[in-house]
Design a protein around this ligand. Structure first.
Ligand SMILES: Nc1ncnc2c1ncn2[C@@H]1O[C@H](COP(=O)(O)OP(=O)(O)OP(=O)(O)O)[C@@H](O)[C@H]1O
Length: 701
């Protein structure tokens, strides 16, 4: 069948359409056919061409599909026979894909994606292409570990000695029974005893040194990991930051678990594993027949433990996901405690809590009982080994293949050799848990950070000209742009009000200007510099911003205003008086050392906003953006603040005021009206307000 007739059935084209539907809503095959070069084949080059025609960037990459990070989805992936799938979403162990064969979305085991080794990574925003380079295989985890390679060599040497020293007691006792007791050789006894005691002293010293070295590595590496995580929490590109706060906080617990792995017994148990081989070898030298018993027992325990691993690790994976949800629930409940109380929602919340706890505990208990079963059976085999070694040893003695001293030594060695084998189950579980913790931290750490790789530092102080040229911005999870083809210019020193209905796009506009979001298309200029070329730090140095909901830290008013950039006492008092908080700090008796409480809970909503305003004013930036500056203020305080700002702001400061309140518009001479992401009016204040007519004025008042 010629492709022209069957092209709607082409799997790759169906995948392309699925991707376009994701970004643009429903894109018909008819539309696609306009871009389609009709021929008997439809190859990947043509697919890329179509995607590019829709302004999407496509990177073809050899990558195992199961390792594609979430923020590169949806992507088209290909198996060895070049069959395509659209990889839409993923969780820890499941992937949602669009299968072009039946045109349906389905969930598959994430491991199945391993068969897909090639991908088209597709981006709407060309900026994101750069992030591709930054997703390199858990470098944050391995790099600091690698830098301690000398310490590992020391640990390996120490471990070898510790393992050899562990042979001392059994061999000492063997010699006592075989040589000292029959010959009453007391001199030999004291020489052997002194040597053994010396070995034991060295053993203590070496074990202590090994723990000390491990602690040192764990401390340094742990600090590095925590710092990496904290740094990413601060700098993650807001467009990709979708995790709930509780889950993010839990990541620090995961780091602690990874770190503990290096200090607690698990790691020493792993590195003591070779002792099993050394001990078996020594038993073999003393009695080859006896050596068979611990060897076979070890094999049985290992097989048994490997069989138990599957159910245990499956449960433990579920468990850690549940624990994350539990943390998010706790976090939200703490944050929203007042709203829960005021809406009488506590019983419902408690009901949900009991369900979560019952579920999480249920899975935990299942894991523990499987774990206990595995340990008990391993312990049983361990004791059986001792009994069997004695039985076989007795026959070996009677066959004159073994001495009494030799029997005692092999019995001791056999039970000691089995210790790392018996711990195998818990070691494997811990390793698995650690691997999962690393994956979860990695998922967050590999999110793109705010990109400044193409920016130039050194722009210095700007004058305050703002230019939006045909700027469109669409949230990833939304089908319609929140800012749609917006164009305007604000000259240095201009005072401009931005008004519009709830959800019109005002705050989004502001975030674009601050460089928190990158335009989907179009450009933004500050003093004729494209803001994508200005370092984010310099953008923010030049723009003082008072957000709609300023975040107050649990610290003093002073610390909240200066936010870690100390300013002089005189300037601090000047600003505090200017914004109208002078009375508050005088009455408190604590001055600017007044504690504001968690999220500013010791202050009223209006006072919190004023602290936010003071924070914006403190560095005296050339541009000021105020998002609802008079929220929470009574009419008198609002008037006073507006009058002060009017008189106090220098004429060359560019001012942007986003507001729903008519009074705040006193600060501006020009108004831009936004509706549904588009500019619907822009001009001198009086003209725009007149044009908007009475209904809107009333709405705003
Ligand atoms: N993180 C987000 N993800 C998806 N859509 C969002 C997100 N943030 C905002 N939006 C949407 O973008 C649109 C513009 O929101 P924005 O916050 O800019 O409105 P606004 O004009 O500031 O409203 P308000 O006056 O209520 O503060 C809204 O429709 C909102 O639902």
């Amino acid at each position: 069948m010629p492709l022209e007739e069957s092209f709607e059935q082409n799997p790759l084209l169906k995948c392309v359409k699925n991707i376009l539907d994701f970004y643009f809503g429903d894109v018909s095959f008819k539309t696609l056919s306009a871009f389609f070069i009709h021929s008997n084949t439809f190859d990947t080059a043509q697919a890329q061409e179509i995607l590019k025609n829709f302004n999407l960037s496509v990177i073809e990459k050899k990558i195992s599909a199961d390792t594609i990070p979430k923020h590169f989805l949806p992507s088209i992936i290909f198996d060895a026979e070049a069959n395509p799938l659209v990889f839409l979403r993923k969780t820890q162990d499941k992937a949602t894909v669009f299968d072009p064969q039946d045109g349906k979305e389905k969930q598959i085991d994430i491991k199945k994606l391993k068969a897909y080794k090639r991908a088209f990574l597709i981006f709407k925003d060309t900026q994101h292409v750069k992030y591709l380079e930054s997703t390199e295989n858990k470098a944050w985890f391995y790099e600091p570990l690698k830098s301690h390679y000398r310490a590992y060599i020391e640990i390996a040497i120490i471990t070898l000695f510790i393992n050899v020293f562990a042979l001392a007691i059994p061999l000492f006792i063997m010699n006592i029974y075989n040589r000292v007791v029959p010959n009453q050789a007391y001199e030999t006894l004291f020489v052997l005893a002194s040597g053994t005691i010396l070995v034991l002293i060295f053993d203590v010293i070496l074990k202590y040194s090994r723990t000390h070295i491990l602690d040192g590595i764990s401390k340094k590496v742990g600090l590095f990991w925590e710092e990496e995580l904290m740094n990413k929490m601060m700098l993650v590109d807001v467009e990709f930051d979708k995790q709930l706060s509780g889950s993010k906080a839990n990541l620090f617990k995961e780091i602690q678990q990874i770190r503990d792995f290096f200090t607690n017994r698990s790691l020493t148990q792993i590195i003591d594993f070779p002792f099993f081989l050394i001990a078996i070898l020594v038993i073999y030298i003393i009695s080859p027949t006896v050596a068979v018993i611990p060897f076979i027992a070890a094999l049985l325990i290992m097989i048994f433990n490997f069989l138990m691993q599957h159910p245990i690790s499956k449960l433990s994976k579920n468990n850690s996901e549940n624990i994350q949800s539990k943390y998010s629930f706790i976090f939200e409940s703490i944050q929203g405690a007042q709203s829960i109380k005021l809406s009488n929602a506590a019983p419902t919340r408690m009901f949900l809590w009991r369900n979560i706890v019952a579920f999480v505990d249920g899975v935990g208990i299942k894991i523990q009982s499987l774990h206990a079963l595995s340990t008990n059976i391993s312990q049983f085999i361990l004791q059986l080994v001792t009994v069997l070694v004695v039985i076989v040893g007795v026959f070996e003695i009677s066959n004159q293949n073994l001495s009494v001293g030799g029997l005692i030594a092999v019995t001791m060695l056999a039970s000691r050799a089995m210790v790392p084998i018996v711990s195998l189950s818990s070691i494997l579980i811990r390793l698995k848990e650690m691997g999962e913790s690393i994956d979860r931290v990695d998922e967050f750490i590999s999110l793109p950070a705010e990109d400044n790789s193409t920016t130039e530092a050194g722009i210095g102080k700007i004058e305050g000209k703002i230019e939006f040229k045909n700027v469109t911005y669409k949230f990833n999870n939304s089908k319609h742009p929140s800012i749609d083809s917006v164009t305007f210019t604000i000259q240095p020193g201009e005072k401009v009000g931005i008004i519009g209905q709830t959800g019109a796009g005002k705050t989004t506009l502001l975030k674009l200007l601050m460089g928190l979001y990158k335009p989907t298309s179009g450009s933004i200029y500050l003093d004729n510099h494209d803001i994508t070329t200005i370092h984010p730090v310099e953008i923010r140095q030049n723009i003082g911003i008072m957000p709609q909901e300023p975040f107050l830290f649990n610290a003093t008013i002073k610390e909240n205003i200066e936010l870690f950039r100390p300013i002089s006492k005189t300037r601090m008092m000047e600003i505090i008086t200017f914004i109208g908080l002078g009375d508050l700090i005088k009455k408190s008796g604590k001055g600017d050392a007044l504690q504001v409480g968690e999220r500013g809970c010791n202050l009223s909503v209006g006072q919190r906003h004023l602290v936010g305003l003071a924070r914006a004013l403190a560095p005296n930036p050339p541009m000021l953006i105020l998002d609802e500056p008079t929220t929470g203020l009574d009419m008198g305080s609002e008037r006073r603040l507006i009058d002060k700002l009017k008189g106090g702001l220098s004429p060359d400061k560019t001012l942007l005021v986003i507001t729903h309140r008519l009074a705040a518009l006193d600060l501006v001479d020009r108004i831009i009206v936004i509706n549904d992401g588009k500019i619907v009016a822009d001009g001198p204040k009086n003209k725009v307000l007149q044009a908007l007519q009475t209904p809107i004025k009333k709405e705003m008042a």
